[in-house]
Design a binder for this molecule. Sequence first.
Ligand code: PPY
Length: 489
Amino acid sequence: MSDLRVLTGPEVEQHGNRDSCWIIVHEHPGGSKIILKYAGKDATEAYEPIHPPDAITTNLPVDKHLGAIDTSTVVKVVKEVTEAEKQRQALMDARPPLDNIINMHDFEVVAKAVLPEKAWAYYSSASDDEITIRENRLAYQRVWFRPRILRDVSSVDWSTTILGQKSSLPVYISATALGKLGHPDGELCLTRAAAKQGVIQMIATLASCSFDDIIDAAAPGQTFFLQLYVNRDREITRKYVQHAERRGVKGLFITVDAPQLGRREKDMRMKFVDDGAGAKVQENQKDVKKDQGVARAISSFIDPSLSWKDIPWFKSITKMPIVLKGIATAEDAILAYEAGAQGIVLSNHGGRQLDTARSGLEVLLEVVVALRQRGYFPNPNFEIYVDGGVRRASDVLKALALGAKAVGVGRPFLYAFCAYGQEGVEKAIQIFRDEFEMNMRLLGAKSLSDLEPEMVDASALTQHVVMVPQDNLYQNTYQPLAVAQFRST
Ligand code: PPY
């Protein structure tokens, strides 16, 4: 780069059109329309949340870098502060104090209020009619406890290992993308909190912070897993995986439920607002790229041809344990075991992929039966994880009683840092701890190894329509539970 010349703002402005388009930011897969929107201008602010800092140096050939910019000559695009933005800032200032946050739902309420509309739409959205995302919660409510008593629960221990790595909780921070849409420090909030609390973080391929920035921020000995989207260009994937291994990542979680990204309509509608009327989603293939929301616009690198035949290749390029993330049937759980995976995540991608796919918790029932029948379960070298809809330690205990080794939690930690930064994530983990202590005592489990299928009644789990008589007491007399309160503005 040193022999490149220094450009000036006016010089860049000359190239603000389709024929000659230069932009300033610290092959664009999101299509040309978004580039043209910033043609001849400083695009850094829009660029940063959705591209890790090394995206350009990694992906753009050196001869395509035009040069360094003399920033004193650049006219900043003055961003208009909208009413919505002012209101959002006011709500941010009036957030409930962190001490008043007592459960995961509270984080979500605050995040919804303080996040920019686009970020909330991207994070909270799920596919199609959002039936699966709701089912992820409901599934836990169809499982009831069968608690045991008189077991001397004066001390209870909820620590465990996940893929052989120590974890202070049977919970890991699952991968969520684009963290800087919601907080300037992005995923580093998770890294710092995880270090303090002894929790494992799964780094997302599409994190806003670069992989190296995250690892560089780690405490000595801190454990990470890597979530992998497999690139059409396998060389890029090979380098990425091997780099992660060299930097000490302890498990490779290959996402297998996203050959194409689900249609998340909340996210897609945001694009309408931003790009003006007339944009039509998927009216024809050409339109798709530019009007499909934050997520789909940047997903074209993901390889839809990924298949079981690729698993031996992954095993040949890394010694990290391989876990397939996004298994949804007993049939595929068996194939994963037989392919030599060291684990599976029963997941529907937070309800963001195939709508009306079943909850991971429900899938767990058939997976355990099928693996057991073949002598594949229990097996210390093959672990089953579940994610989606977990909001309470009681949810985790249900999954563990039914055979899971640990659960992944994504959105709650994301919302915690969007609302309160690193401290929010630490508080979220502390809430889980408090809930584990109480629930394990009440369930009669001194340690996680005491959990067994007999401690839950999951007989209604596979029944998707459960008749419940109307409860007049609940509907007419009960006082609804309160949520965290904002201070008056
Ligand atoms: C998701 O949004 O569900 C993801 O897994 C992350 C993502 C983000 C953008 C493109 C593809 C996937």
